[in-house]
Design a protein around this ligand. Structure first.
Ligand code: NCD
Length: 327
């Protein structure tokens, strides 16, 4: 199969994280995604590239945009897409995640897209199945397609990532989005600042390849891009902030705090947003500064690029260290 685009430069069977990807591989995925943005803006958005292929979405955790985005991506490429609902599945009868995955694998899908509340669970699953696996978020570990869609959004707005100063602000401790983004931005030559209260930074924050700031106004100085993060209360055991009101006062982004960044700095958020907690509602809707809807649009294109890449039947797609290919 060919899209007439740059030659495949992605020797992996799975997409489990940004860790281990090269700058060239990321650029390849972003270039391919660009072509899918164009396809998605046409009236007829559908192609037959993945006709005969099967994609199963297996989400052990809630999701709106990521699951829908993968579903649309698969359908726009002509694949058969199935959404397995964990709440009505045999998981509820005590079946393990691995047994569920093996059962689905036996039905011969080409790609499993998996989200799981535990860090490392998707990798474990990928080691057991014979199809390709895409990590749609595992615990607080990685969310590679989110980092790729964020990169695509920035690259289309700013031309390149190289040399940009990017602030990631909020609940870094529990955020897989932050972890994947920090790695991707470092690989692509951007500088990263983490802005958060001490309680919401991981112990290893100093070794992540980013500057640390606790004062948001200082942290935002000179920034080109600001990524806001939700307080991931579902991953919190105990209280990490004194109160929501106080959190918004110190760390919630509004136009006033944003004025500390570069005058044309862009505001991003992976969603779901908690308006009035990490971001002011008016700022979130300010189309001159916020690119949050654009991120969602880019998400579909990036996932089409990932599905296209993993289903190409090329020797370069086969990596012995990731197990024998099945196609
Ligand atoms: C994020 C996630 O699930 O990690 N959402 C998303 O995929 N767009 C961030 C979040 O839940 O806050």
């Amino acid at each position: 199969m060919t899209t007439g685009l740059p030659e495949l430069n992605f020797p992996h069977r799975h997409i489990l994280g940004i860790e281990g990807m090269t700058r060239e591989e990321i650029n390849f995925l972003l270039d391919l995604s660009d072509s899918y943005v164009a396809q998605n803006r046409r009236v007829d958005k559908k192609s037959a590239l993945l006709r005969g292929r099967t994609l199963i979405n297996v989400f052990f955790e809630n999701s709106t945009r990521t699951r829908t985005s993968f579903e649309l991506a698969g359908k726009r490429l002509g694949a058969d897409v199935i959404n397995m609902s964990v709440s009505t599945s045999a998981i509820k009868k005590g079946e393990t995640m691995i047994d569920t995955a093996m059962t689905l694998n036996a039905m011969g899908p080409d790609v499993l897209v998996v989200r799981h509340p535990h860090s490392g669970a998707v990798q474990l699953l990928a080691e057991k199945v014979t199809c390709s696996v895409i990590n749609a978020g595992d615990g607080s570990h990685e969310h590679p397609t989110q980092a790729l869609l964020d990169a695509l959004t920035i690259r289309r707005r700013r031309g390149a990532l190289d040399g940009l100063l990017v602030a990631i602000c909020g609940d870094i401790l529990h955020s897989r989005v932050a972890r994947s983004n920090i790695q991707l931005l470092n690989i692509m030559g951007a500088r990263v600042r983490l802005i958060a209260p001490r309680t919401l930074l991981p112990a290893e924050a100093g070794r992540l390849g980013a500057e640390i700031h606790h004062d948001i106004r200082k942290g935002l100085e000179g920034c080109d891009i600001i990524m806001m993060l939700r307080l991931q209360t579902e991953r919190m055991h105990g209280s990490f902030v004194p109160s929501i009101r106080e959190y918004f006062h110190f760390y919630g982004l509004d136009h006033e705090k944003l004025s500390c960044a570069k005058p044309d700095a862009l505001v991003m958020h992976p969603g779901p947003m908690n308006r009035g907690v990490e971001i002011d509602s008016e700022l979130a809707d300010d189309i001159d500064r916020s690119v949050i809807s654009e991120q969602v649009e880019m998400g579909v294109a990036v996932r089409m690029a990932c599905l296209d890449t993993l289903t190409r039947d090329l020797p370069a797609n086969r990596s012995l260290d990731e197990g024998e290919p099945t196609r």
